[in-house]
Design a protein around this ligand. Sequence first.
Ligand SMILES: [Fe+2]
Ligand SMILES: [Fe+2]
Length: 189
Amino acid sequence: MTFKEYRKIVKSRMGEKRFSHSENVSKEAIKLAKLYGADPEKAELAGILHDITKETPHEEQLQIMEKNGIILSKLQLSSPKLWHSLSGAAYIESELGITDQDIINAVRYHTSGRAGMSILEKIIFVADFTSEERDYDDVDVMRKKSRKSLEEAMHYGLSFTLSDLIKRERIIDPNAIDCYNDITINYTF
Ligand SMILES: [Fe+2]
Ligand SMILES: [Fe+2]
């Protein structure tokens, strides 16, 4: 399948607003790939695909995951917002025939991050924070950091997200904590 064909499928599975976000993440991912020496075509594809099941009904996402042998932990079951990264990764592999494990992992870990991420995984994680339509308070800081160091941008984004989740007494995906620790241990800013 060509990029155009994948793009068309993505478009058919979500509303206009989310599709525009997906396109913006894809464009931002190309820029970051060129900056950090990753494959721009892979980044473009992972970007357009990353939220492919975000607007898929929960019941259908559960079916996709079950069909692909994904057994949810109690924590995962209680956070349906996190499902789209799991079901999205399973969907692009089993239904769209994506075989590139790096692209599959970029979708799989785009919400939580994880320890030991590849450059492509980091690019999609960061591009999701800095895509053109994003307009939260510190988006300028985040964009600036993303041009300096992917890890610095991730550290900044994760610090905010994790402390915000704790403040709101919400559940935290252990992968996000692993990701935060991994970057804190291995990089200095
Ligand atoms: Fe997402
Ligand atoms: Fe997204």
